[in-house]
Design a protein around this ligand. Structure first.
Ligand code: GEK
Length: 244
């Protein structure tokens, strides 16, 4: 059984649902919240390590953009097989950065990690062999996503990999209904009540704006990535990798 603190943030009825923010109360329960909400999250985290194993090049950087409490950073760090690497973990929520820093200090792996509190849109990306955006791009304003990905592309070395995991939306209404129903079933099976699910959905409405799979692929192609491979899918959650 996990020792993570149980997410009860939306268990009681709120008079008014305000937009979701990544504050201290969220950081405190984040691992439990994301695991019980995102089908496939643990599998994706595990497989991120494989990308570090396969693509991290000596004397390069690995970036975890929107690192939250550091699950992806740790998965990368434990699988790097080459020397001279550095991991840069970035999040703009102070509470997340503090928890991430603590989690990393308890990990014994050797690769140095810099945890930075900043907007990922303002961070310079350079000499990157692995860049991870694990459920982060969906929180960036849609009109700013292309510029962010372009900057990442420019900061990557040839043969480097961008790994992108996102919630998806579907143009087909039946398909959309199916994946929403399945995510709802997933959350209920993990102990969330109807009230919790509906209040959280309202809080995220203007904050998490998903794209379709074809929008993701076309944007990555337009930027110049030559190989784009979707490698994981569970209902409305998917992960792709794009190689420079
Ligand atoms: C994981 N990757 O566990 N700049 C920096 N950070 C940001 C920005 C921004 N502009 N916008 C949002 N964030 C993690 C999970 S969670 C996904 C990522 C979720 C941060 C935000 O503070 C939060 O920590 C993270 O992106 C998104 O592998 O909550 O569904």
């Amino acid at each position: 059984m996990s020792n993570d603190k149980r997410d009860k943030l939306y268990a009681d009825r709120h008079d008014m649902i305000v937009d979701f923010v990544f504050d201290e109360s969220v950081a405190n329960v984040f691992p439990d919240m994301i695991r019980r909400s995102v089908p496939g999250y643990d599998a994706i985290i595990t497989h991120l390590g494989l990308f570090a194993r396969q693509y991290a090049l000596p004397n390069t950087r690995l970036y975890d953009l929107g690192c939250s409490t550091g699950a992806a950073t740790l998965a990368l760090r434990r699988q790097i097989q080459v020397t001279g690497c550095e991991i840069i973990a970035v999040d703009n929520a102070e509470a997340m950065v503090q928890t991430c820093q603590q989690n990393i200090s308890h990990d014994k792996s050797l690769t140095p990690v810099q945890v930075i509190c900043a907007d990922i849109q303002d961070v310079t990306i350079e000499n990157a062999s692995v860049v991870v955006l694990n459920f982060t791009l969906q929180f960036i304003a849609p009109e700013k996503r292309q510029a962010l990905l372009q900057k990442i592309y420019q900061g990557m070395v040839a043969g480097g990999v961008l790994v992108l995991a996102e919630k998806l939306v579907f143009n087909d209404t039946q398909k959309q209904q199916f994946v929403e129903d399945m995510q709802m079933a997933y959350k209920k099976a993990n102990g969330y009540s109807d009230l919790e699910i509906s209040q959280k959905r309202t809080a995220l409405e203007n904050v998490l704006v998903p794209d379709t799979m074809s929008t993701h692929v076309q944007r990555l192609e337009a930027i110049g990535f030559t190989q784009i491979y979707p490698w994981f899918r569970c209902f409305n959650f998917a992960a792709l990798c794009a190689i420079k």
